[in-house]
Design a protein around this ligand. Structure first.
Ligand code: GLU
Length: 295
């Protein structure tokens, strides 16, 4: 069987600067692509336009470039791809239905919790909108148990599974605000960019089953997944703009860039000790990544 060529990606949301956590994901995805002699694509996930911060996209691209990570193809922006998401959604046909429920109505009608702790959608609009109500969002029907179990193999965590009906519920594809949901955008983009391998943070593990389900419904090939451990702050919280993560700001000198890369590589348990130049760092990091993650 002919294997699909390796295509990896790093897909930051431009909600703030790159920080120690997102740098680890960028580095892991970049090394994995290089270790497979594959391509590495940068994609700007600004589908939720209200959360985009002016200047963040340019700053992310610049810092990655300063550290030696350049996209091997055009940089895709989700805000420019709404037509593609609309077309994919249309292809899902009757799996998609309009939902009139507000957040508070969902909370009131739900007695169960989804895996992420949010109230599990009770399926109120599944059989049609209640009289007098109009659709606010679009939801995707998930199969009823026991046909709702999604299983996959993560390169780091091994066998994983999620029961969509009880752990997620019918999920949103187009939000009340009119934006396409991350789950749909990421699946369409990964497929259209030919992404064979998704390397990203563990915080997105919970999204994988939804994405696999969408891939299956849309007839896309399933990529392989590798979810990396998350960098957390002293309080055990994932680093993010909300938790006050410090922006990565490489200096103009090689030593400061090297130090930032060494720190991210150390978190990934890559042995780059003693690398005294960027060229030496990349050699050592690649060797170490290969030994750990590529069979
Ligand atoms: N845009 C997402 C984030 O910044 C990453 C999505 C993905 O890698 O699938 O958290």
């Amino acid at each position: 069987m002919l294997l699909a060529p390796y295509v990896g990606r790093f897909a930051p949301s431009p909600t703030g600067a790159l920080h120690a956590g997102s740098l680890v994901t960028a580095l892991g995805s970049f090394l994995d692509a290089r270790a497979h002699d594959g391509r590495w694509l940068l994609r700007i996930e600004d589908v939720d336009e209200a959360r985009s911060v002016a200047g963040a996209e340019a700053a992310i691209i610049e810092v990655l470039g300063q550290l030696g990570m350049h996209s091997d193809g055009p940089i895709l922006r989700q805000s420019e791809r709404k037509q593609r998401y609309a077309e994919a959604c249309a292809r899902l046909g009757t799996y998609v239905y309009p939902c009139a429920c507000s957040r508070s109505e969902i909370a009131l009608s739900s007695t169960l919790r989804a895996a992420d702790g949010a109230p599990l959608y009770a399926g109120t609009c599944r059989q049609g909108l209640p009289p007098g109500k109009s659709g606010r969002s679009l939801r995707l029907r998930v199969p009823d148990a026991p046909h709702d179990l999604i299983t996959f193999n993560d390169r780091h965590l091994g066998p994983c599974q999620q029961a969509l009906a009880s752990e997620v519920g019918d999920f949103v594809l187009r939000r009340v605000e009119g934006y396409w949901a991350y789950q749909l955008a990421v699946v369409v983009d990964d497929a259209e960019q030919g992404v064979s391998d998704v390397v990203r943070g563990m915080d997105l593990l919970d999204s994988s089953a939804r994405q696999l389900y969408l891939q299956d419904l849309l007839g896309y090939a399933r990529p392989r997944y590798l979810h990396l451990p998350l960098v957390v702050n002293a309080g055990g919280e994932k680093l993010s703009k909300q938790t006050g993560a410090a922006p990565i700001l490489p200096g103009a000198d090689e030593a400061s860039r090297l130090a930032l890369l060494q720190q991210a590589a150390g978190f990934l348990q890559l042995d780059t000790v003693g690398a005294d130049s960027l060229a030496a760092f990349w050699r050592r990091a690649l060797q170490s990544w290969r030994a750990r993650w590529v069979d």
